[in-house]
Ligand binder design. Structure first.
Ligand code: ADP
Length: 269
């Protein structure tokens, strides 16, 4: 998955990345991708069981995207085989009064995953250098110093046993138009349409600049960013699953050894 990983100190060059890219699975198409995803869902489920049994580490997955970028669909598809008891999904919307009364990391830190668990952030502390920057909710010196805080915060999580991966689902402005239109046309989707989304769509270039800089400043070995092409949902799902599988495999997890000799026991009838 190095294809989509942003190396430390590097800018993602979002304008040069094709959101319709399908390099990782050139030989597949939407119609033929089902069994491959099913295989990955199984693999992820097995790794989640191992993470739980090992009990010493955790995994935090940060998902960021423009509206309609597919955060919800990715979570639904990629985790559909995983035991829901081991996964905590947290969405971060406009901060509440209580959240605003604290520092901006307070609300996220409370939801980082406990040992043995997977935590998924649907939006995250990155909103505090994205929407906060673009919508001018805080002045530049305030959001700009947050890059360093975030790097230190994520390094601390990593040092204490949480593997952190951050994924930007990269859609094109054209694809967003289609998805927003679909929301307006389909009564079963129109509840998801939020007129406020048009405001962020109008500021597309500013958002891309904010993502560009945030990713460059916060992609580290301890907490790397991945920019996943996301116009093709089936390819996006396979790539995200691969990132999580690779990350869990690299965590050196093991089943605990029994503290007794298993051959000493026979289960009575
Ligand atoms: P989603 O759009 O992800 O389905 P919501 O409808 O809850 O979820 O919307 C989240 C909204 O909250 C987005 O418009 C986002 O920009 C906003 N938001 C998230 N974090 C912050 C923040 N720290 N400050 C201001 N707005 C935020």
């Amino acid at each position: 998955m190095d294809l989509y990983r942003i190396a430390p100190g590097t800018a993602p060059a979002l304008v040069d990345r094709n959101p319709r890219d399908k390099t990782a699975y050139k030989d597949l198409k939407k119609a033929t991708s089902g069994p491959t995803l099913a295989q990955k869902q199984k693999e992820l489920a097995a790794l989640q069981r191992l993470l739980w049994a090992d009990g010493s580490r955790s995994l935090l997955v940060v998902l960021q995207a423009m509206d309609t970028g597919g955060k919800d669909g990715t979570i639904r598809k990629v985790f559909s085989g995983v035991n829901p008891q081991g996964v905590d999904v947290t969405g971060f919307g406009v901060p509440t009064e209580e959240e605003l009364a604290h520092d901006y990391l307070w609300r996220v830190h409370r939801h980082t995953p406990a040992k043995g668990r997977i935590g998924v952030f649907n939006r995250s502390h990155y909103e505090d250098v994205l929407v906060v920057r673009v919508a001018e909710i805080a002045p530049e010196p305030v959001w700009r110093r947050r890059y360093d805080h975030i790097v230190a915060f994520e390094q601390m999580l990593a040092d204490e046993g949480t593997a952190v991966v951050k994924i930007m689902l990269h859609i094109s402005k054209d694809e967003q138009k289609e998805r927003l239109e679909a929301r307006l046309e389909d009564p079963s989707k129109s509840y998801k349409f939020n007129p406020g989304d048009l405001k962020s769509r109008a500021a597309w270039a500013e958002y891309m600049a904010a993502y560009e800089e945030a990713i460059e400043r916060t992609t580290t070995d301890a907490a790397p960013w991945f920019v996943v092409p996301a116009d093709r949902k089936w390819h996006r799902n396979l790539v995200v699953a691969d990132i999580l599988i690779d990350t869990l495999k690299a965590m050196d997890l093991s089943y605990p050894e029994a503290e007794f000799d298993v051959t000493d026991f026979a289960i009575p009838d």
